[in-house]
Design a protein around this ligand. Structure first.
Ligand code: NAD
Length: 373
């Protein structure tokens, strides 16, 4: 498809194709929307098989960030970047510093953070060339790992979902099957164990799942058996696309609320299958938006207690999503999309109000001081 058609399809504002022969950098920065503020979203390093695949991915991911930042109530639009390359073999100081200079050239229209294939050291190289980086290590004055905040948001979302179906938000005694025993899952399980939930834990790395199960007194479940657990809640905290034709028929849960991104393989088809099974789906990007709350907070003086309070508010965000889904008789993911879109439209509309602080007014002031206006 032609480039401009591709951008017009989902209303993307801008793409920046970054190429530097000296460092070998090949990257694409996509800015989907800046209506709410500077575009915020991570940089991913991946071995894309073609430029086209990289472009499609960055367009999809940047649009997703617009929705996530909006539902989170942040003053950020959506953006994302991809660096084409093998994160195990092709990382160099030069590559990331060259990339940092391209980010800097956008002068704050895009703010980047860590994503798949990137680590703290890579972000430090980028930060040598631009201040438009967030989610950096505490050693550099950053907030570090966002997982504790993400997990607290998932926990709050789960409570909202349980309240929706039982009228009570207590998770005490509730059976919760957690897929993945990584960062988010670990913090989540700690909150859940503290509240007295009955936990089931799985991971493709058995020893990881066993260690977490031991810590939080959970039952260990083999990776593929997690879908069959007779649980109240299924919490996907590993990979995306795990809600699909094969797994959904096996589910016995009443609620799905987890930290993983892009859980539905096909939003419409699999969202509908969940409704038909009477399973309440808490839309993933609303559930896990504690992560972006955390990196965004770093930009204005990080205070973890304040961000935790913000993440607790994910409870209310989910309640609004469920209420709209019920009222309009639409799937929960669609309700979440609509709430995110409405906020962008409404905030966009107030931008027509004149504030007197635009560049134009400054220029007019200069001219009138010189007696030319
Ligand atoms: P992580 O890498 O620490 O943990 C993921 C775990 O899932 C790993 O232990 C991995 O072995 C396991 N896993 C992979 N495939 C699996 C499978 N098929 N079955 C069971 N386990 C499997 O990652 P994380 O930071 O905990 O993030 C988890 C998910 O949450 C990801 O989808 C991520 O994109 C999303 N997310 C994370 C954050 C955050 O703050 N870390 C924020 C928003 C979204």
């Amino acid at each position: 498809m032609e480039l401009f058609n591709q951008l017009a399809q989902d209303n993307h504002e801008q793409i920046v194709v970054c190429s530097d022969r000296n460092s070998g950098l090949r990257a694409i920065i996509a800015i989907h929307s800046t209506t709410l503020g500077p575009a915020l979203g991570g940089t991913r390093m991946w071995t894309y098989v073609s430029d086209d695949e990289a472009l499609r991915d960055v367009l999809r991911l940047s649009k997703g960030m617009t929705y996530k930042n909006s539902i989170a109530g942040l003053n950020h639009g959506g953006g994302k970047a991809v660096i084409i390359g093998d994160s195990k073999k092709e990382k160099t100081e030069l590559l990331f510093r060259a990339y940092g200079r391209f980010v800097d050239g956008l002068n704050g229209r895009y703010i980047t953070a860590e994503d798949v294939g990137m680590d703290v050291r890579d972000m430090e190289y980028i930060r040598m060339e631009t201040k438009y980086v967030t989610g950096v290590s505490p050693a550099l004055g950053g907030s570090g790992d966002p997982s504790p905040v993400t997990a607290f948001g998932v926990y709050s979302a789960m409570k909202a979902a349980i309240h929706e179906i039982t009228g009570n938000d207590s998770l005490k005694g509730k059976k919760i099957a957690v897929q993945g025993a990584g960062h988010v899952a670990t913090y989540l399980c700690r909150y859940l164990a503290k509240e007295g939930a009955k936990l089931f834990v799985s991971d493709i790395f058995e020893e990881k799942a066993h260690a977490l199960a031991k810590e939080v007194k959970a039952k260990y479940v083999k990776p593929d058996d997690i879908y069959d657990v007779d649980a109240d809640v299924f919490a996907p905290c590993a990979l995306g696309a795990i809600l699909n034709d094969t797994t959904i028929p096996r589910l016995k849960c009443k609620v799905i609320a987890g930290g993983a991104n892009n859980q539905l393989l096909d939003q419409d088809k699999h969202g509908l299958m969940l409704i038909q099974k009477n399973i309440l789906y808490a839309p993933d990007y609303a559930v896990n938006c504690g992560g972006v709350m955390n990196v965004s907070a770093e930009l204005s003086g990080y205070d973890q207690a304040r961000v935790m309070k913000q993440a607790e508010g994910i409870y209310d965000i989910l309640k609004r999503v469920f209420a709209m889904a019920k009222r309009e008789n639409i799937p929960t993911y669609e309700a979440s999309n609509r709430i995110a879109e409405e906020r962008i439209l409404r905030v966009g509309a107030i931008q027509r109000l004149y504030t007197g602080t635009s560049n134009l007014s400054g220029r007019l002031g200069e001219l009138s001081a010189k007696g030319t206006a």
